[in-house]
Ligand binder design. Structure first.
Ligand code: PHE
Length: 357
């Protein structure tokens, strides 16, 4: 066979192998067998050295042409195989976005009713211009009682069933706060009026039965400026109750009461028709106008500043709104209870979209 016809045969053979390569790995094997160091085309090139000088140029050009054709065929086949592989992958990984959402952890998880109700309350008060403030669970007796106009030996200290820590060398005592009212003090000490805050958080009292647990939640409210009066207090609470219980009208009863840190002081009941049980009154919070002594204790001049405060039980609000009978179950970490009473993660309460769905 002449040199040129054997080259033509080599080319045909390689082009046929390239066309037959079924995948990228097979194609690469053909490439190595042709163009690799020990490949068939490289072997033809190696023959150049042995040829007489007058044949070298022509043979060299012929081999180069074969090499170029084969390289171009390899390139083309590679592109074709790659796009076929991509098309196959796209077809096999096709997602039908109209299918319903697969139930994953987000659908399984539940928001605790107290967290949900806290979000509802924050949403309502935020719409009235209140900010959220916080304070620590461990307080001094000065913050929890003293600054709130509850001196040592005051009977209110006994009423609170306080969890005390040991007495410190300077005679002060640490305790678990029995109410969120110390956040009033912290707020008035750290900033100037006008003040409009709510302070949600955990509180602790040594008490336990169907409606009492040693730890529970309150939301404190505090408004201080130069002109706020009891009419504002009543309006804020009434607007809150209507929004919270999602009713147009709510019957409210303000009963005279006593708290050392407010004067006058009131307890507030709502007519139970708001929760679909007409004919009964339900106590939901304590409130009053901030006592001048408390303002003074925080360095505010009671002749210039005044305002109101309220404190309500978050757990109790939750029980009332969502008809949950036993408070202790709130903290029992029973998954069945949480699945029954809990809220979907996606069920974010907003005034625009509706507090509860
Ligand atoms: N701190 C009071 C309680 O725990 C509630 C309250 C707060 C009353 C603010 C009046 C004003 O019972």
């Amino acid at each position: 066979m002449s040199a040129s016809s054997s080259l033509a045969a080599l080319e045909q053979g390689l082009l046929a192998d390239i066309a037959a390569a079924a995948d990228l790995a097979g194609l690469d094997a053909v490439r190595v067998a042709a163009l690799g160091k020990k490949g068939s085309i490289s072997a033809e090139m190696a023959k150049l050295g042995q040829l007489p000088a007058e044949e070298r140029k022509g043979f060299g050009q012929a081999v180069n042409q074969v090499k170029e054709k084969v390289a171009a065929a390899l390139e083309a086949r590679k592109a074709a195989l790659e796009s076929a592989a991509l098309a196959e992958r796209l077809a096999s990984e096709r997602a039908d976005v109209t299918l319903p959402v697969r139930p994953g952890p987000e659908a399984e998880g539940r928001i605790h009713p107290v967290s949900q109700v806290l979000d509802e309350c924050i949403e309502i008060f935020a719409s009235m211009g209140f900010e959220v403030a916080e304070g620590p669970d461990i307080e001094t007796d000065e913050m929890n009682f003293g600054k709130l106009n509850i001196p040592a030996e005051h009977p209110a200290r006994q009423e609170h069933d306080t969890f005390y820590f040991g007495t410190r060398p300077d005679g002060s005592r640490l305790l678990l706060r029995t109410h969120t009212s110390p956040v009033q003090i912290r707020t008035m000490q750290s900033r100037k009026p006008p003040i409009r805050i709510i302070a949600p958080g955990r509180v602790y009292r040594c008490d336990s039965d169907q409606t009492h647990t040693p730890m529970f939640h309150q939301i404190e409210g505090l408004v201080i400026d130069e002109t706020t009066h009891m009419g504002h207090l009543k309006w804020v609470l009434e607007e809150f109750c209507k929004a919270f219980f999602e009713v147009d009208e709510v019957k409210m009863r303000f009963r005279a009461s006593h708290f050392p840190f407010t004067e006058p002081s009131m307890e507030v009941d709502i007519g139970a028709e708001a929760i679909g049980k007409p004919g009964r009154w339900l106590e939901i919070l304590g409130c009053g106008m901030v006592h001048p002594n408390v303002l003074r204790n925080c360095g505010l001049d009671p002749d210039k500043y005044q305002g109101f405060a309220f404190g309500m039980g978050l757990d109790r609000l939750t029980m009332l709104k969502y008809g949950i009978p036993d408070l202790r179950a709130f903290f029992a970490a029973d998954l069945r209870w949480l699945r029954h009473y809990g809220f979907s993660v996606l069920d974010v309460p907003t005034l625009g979209g509706g507090l509860s769905s």
